[in-house]
Ligand binder design. Structure first.
Ligand SMILES: O=C(O)CCC(=O)C(=O)O
Ligand SMILES: [Fe+2]
Length: 222
């Protein structure tokens, strides 16, 4: 049956079609299923990582806890506190350095960036966002990094989410991208500082991740 004749909305169409690659804006590419070959190993690795580095709720500068819980790997971890947002070489709760980003994740980030047109991406920060149903992330820009010539690689694991990808201004209309386990989004160049966010996560279950969405955001912070 022709999808169009079934009266599906754009997002339903995107969910059904799962193109190999889709441009969201200049410099921004959605790669459905790009990380599927590594997804099982990634989930297992993260479960081990969370034992000594449990995800924690960061604070907004306004003093409210973020709904998402986060942990990090790499030379720098992204942190939020009453002092503002930024990068830290140590885990705030323990004062210890973050563990290194494993080769599995470095290679995945490098290869996804290359597929999106960014050669030579070597991230020094891997933020791990853990979402439970009901959690969300409001529209924001990633602007705490020193070098905006480097792209961002974002990997989705676990239950689905709707990624909102807007434009240079907060009021710009956002496309809704139905992200699934194993999807990757890369943005850089003209869209490096575009507004983006995650809509409220619906209740769901994933065979490996349970009722969670885990996002890896790889960046070059320094
Ligand atoms: O969870 C996501 O897919 C996006 C995360 C994000 O935008 C961020 O951590 O800055
Ligand atoms: Fe972001």
């Amino acid at each position: 049956m022709n999808l169009l004749t079934r009266g599906l909305k754009t997002m339903d169409l995107l969910t059904e079609l799962r193109p190999e690659q889709m441009t969201l804006a200049a410099g921004a590419v959605w790669l459905p299923g790009f990380a599927l070959p590594q997804a099982e190993a990634l989930c297992a690795y993260l479960q081990q990582h969370f034992v000594p580095h449990p995800p924690q709720q960061m604070m907004t500068p306004m003093g409210y806890p973020m709904s998402v819980r986060t942990s990090s790997m790499g030379d720098r971890g992204w942190v939020g506190s009453a002092q503002g947002y930024g990068y830290s070489a140590v885990e705030p709760s323990s004062g210890r350095p973050w563990p290194p980003i494993p080769p599995l994740i470095l290679t995945l980030a490098h290869d996804a960036a290359l597929k999106a047109g960014y050669a030579g991406f070597v991230p020094d920060s891997c933020l791990i966002n853990v979402y439970a149903p009901g959690n969300k992330m409001g529209l924001h820009q990633d602007k705490d990094e020193q070098d905006f010539s480097q792209p961002i690689v974002s990997v989705s694991l676990g239950i689905p989410a709707t990624f909102l990808f807007g434009g240079a201004r907060r009021s710009d209309k956002a496309v809704k991208v139905p992200l699934q386990h194993g999807d990757v989004v890369v943005w850089g160049g003209a869209s490096r500082r575009f507004y983006h966010g995650i809509a409220t996560i619906a209740a769901n279950q994933h065979p490996q991740a349970g009722a969670q969405r885990i996002n890896l955001t790889l960046r070059k912070a320094t």
